[in-house]
Ligand binder design. Sequence first.
Ligand code: ADE
Length: 246
Amino acid sequence: MHFHVMTLFPDMITAAMSQSIIGRAQKQGIISVEAVDIRDFSKDKHRHVDDYPYGGGAGMVMQPGPIYDCYQSIAARTGKARVIYTTPQGRVFSQKDARELAREEDLIILCGHYEGVDERVLEEIVTDNFSIGDYVLTGGELPAMVMMDAVARMVPGVLTNESSASEESFEGGLLEYPQYTRPEVYHGVSVPPVLLSGHHANIERWRRRQSLERTCKRRPDLLQKEIEAGRLSPEDLNIISQLESE
Ligand code: ADE
């Protein structure tokens, strides 16, 4: 998986993506992250890439030329690839999108800034508009990094323990059960005894119940989706009706 990020702040991308699991995956050559500075494609001696909006209004708009030339310099190497634009006007990015995008060989991401980007270049190059949630950020770099992180961890080999990608929250449609490690008693609170019992079937049952309970309390919308899709067992549904009557 090769990420190509078109940005006005390339250092922000390379610094954050060189850390932790994503950094390790880059060193191992499983993924690569290239940050391309849109300003390098400015024709202006002051490296300007924005101008006033036609029709008036507050703020500046990124001009189409530098973005298009930046895109061309990447596409000349990748060939046809999906181009993601990070925008609050996009569809909200989900785990399912992360899983699907992880199958691509190259992803080009355009980070927006200022008040916006000239619509003509967006129409010409963008294949997917994604938002990371219903709030407005100052730029598209953080959303781009959020999406790259979520996509990269779905690429085989990026996570060392493969099972940790499939059992976690969202992959099964429910939130993950709580986890505990040593010490056995912390600030007077003990680890749930079932986890020390060594009884695997009971541990599985307890974890399933915790997942259902958590999802019911914190994300009833997710639980409703699972129920409607018929993905829950009769035993699960039984637990849910118990929880609802508590
Ligand atoms: N740019 C600014 N806000 C954003 C958001 N919520 N998602 C994606 N891109 C953005």
